[in-house]
Design a protein around this ligand. Structure first.
Ligand SMILES: [Ca+2]
Length: 401
């Protein structure tokens, strides 16, 4: 009984020991699995405390987490570049700049030479609004009041007059065309006027002897028809008159302010014009200016360049006051043409027995008269002259009102 009980005790002890061990082992295993789950929940802690097992799991999250941030900033950086949608905004700016810049260099000016014509219309249109408003308002703005009070009423023209340009419409539409070369333009302005409120400002820029001579030429090709004469041509004989205002003395190699021209067709079908006679201011040694008549007609009645001076004026050309120039011109391909000019009613020259028209076949408006600011190599190189009250008439008009 004792032995049995002893055995039983030993067995019980052994059995309980085994059971205890089993429990201990089980407990150890349980603790181990708990710590590994905890490590899996917190990659940061796991990667630091247990680099072996959790390492793969730990290493991935940082990479995945790191990638997005890296790629995200990368996108914004890429977007602006792509969204350099601003480039499209920048392009117009560049494009806008280039045209305006292009108008400056003489080389590009040929292409731009049309632009000043558009700009003229534009300027003029803007000016049109002004007179309409001011005319309807009795007290004109103080700024313009000087001009409008100074300005005389619009000039009254006789019924016989074939064409006039007094610019009182506020634009250059009375002229048949405006031809521009180099940096030049025509601008109807109320800064000054011979009559009414408006005159035409002709400006040339950078006439410094460069390859392109700046010039703006106001041309007349169409006037009221004269009986028994070609309605699409200027009359065989007429008086061409205009008022000039020269703000300053200009020295020049050549300066053409008034001319008769003829259109013709080139062999390739394009149209061109030759001047026949021109009127040019010249500077005397005493500093005063005077006019001279230049011929472009050769001995055989052909066009020659640069031509020759046919007559000179002994009368000084006034500065800073309106001066009237009027010429009788008789077109003729035979040596019986005539050019007689008056400055403020004083005869400057009367040249007759000369060829005044080239033998150039052309079917429409071959004769042309232009009033210009057209020159090169002048001092100053940029300057403006004003013109007003231009007319073509079968009778002499004279400088009167
Ligand atoms: Ca006027």
């Amino acid at each position: 009984m004792r032995l049995l009980s002893h055995l039983s005790r030993r067995q019980l002890f052994a059995g309980s020991s085994v059971l205890l061990m089993v429990l201990l082992v089980g407990l150890a295993l349980a603790v181990s699995s708990i710590s590994s789950e905890a490590a899996a929940d917190d990659p940061g802690v796991a990667s630091a405390s247990n680099p072996s097992t959790p390492a793969p799991a730990t290493a991935l999250p940082p990479l995945e987490t790191a990638d997005p941030p890296t790629s995200v900033p990368a996108e914004p950086t890429a977007k602006p570049t792509t969204t350099v949608v601003s480039p499209s905004t920048a392009k117009p700016t560049t494009t806008v700049v280039s045209p305006s810049t292009a108008s400056a260099p003489p080389e590009t000016i040929q292409a731009t030479s049309t632009t000043p014509v558009v700009t003229v219309t534009t300027t003029t249109v803007a000016t049109i609004t002004t007179p309409a408003q001011t005319t309807s308002t009795s007290p004109p703005p103080s700024t313009t009041s000087t001009t409008s009070t100074t300005a005389t009423p619009a000039r009254q023209w006789g019924e016989a007059v074939l064409w006039v340009a007094d610019h009182e419409s506020g634009n250059v539409s009375e002229w048949t065309r405006v031809s521009v070369s180099g940096d030049a333009d025509a601008r109807v302005t109320d800064e000054i006027a011979h009559s009414g409120r408006f005159a035409n400002a002709l400006t040339i820029r950078d006439a410094d002897g460069g390859p392109t001579s700046p010039g703006v030429r106001m041309a007349v090709e169409e006037v009221l028809p004269v009986p028994d004469q070609d309605p699409e041509n200027l009359p065989t004989e007429a008086y061409y008159s205009v008022y000039y205002y020269f703000p300053q003395v200009v020295d020049s190699t050549w300066w053409n302010i008034y001319q008769w021209k003829q259109a013709y067709l080139r062999s390739d079908g394009s149209q061109s014009r030759h001047p026949v006679y021109t009127v040019n201011p010249e500077l005397r040694s005493d500093g005063s200016m005077y006019l001279k008549l230049r011929s472009k007609v050769g001995p055989a009645g052909d066009y020659v360049q640069p031509g020759s001076t046919l007559a000179t004026s002994s009368v000084a050309l006034p500065i800073q006051s309106w001066v009237h120039l009027e010429c009788l011109y008789r077109w003729s391909q035979a040596p019986d043409g005539r050019i007689a000019c008056w400055q403020d009613g004083v005869l400057l020259w009367d040249v007759s027995g000369v060829v005044t028209e080239f033998d150039l076949p052309y079917n429409k408006h071959p004769r042309q008269w232009t009033v210009n600011n057209y020159a090169n190599d002048t001092e100053p190189s940029t300057h403006t002259i004003y013109i007003d009250d231009a007319a073509v008439s079968p009778n002499r008009i004279g400088p009167g009102s």
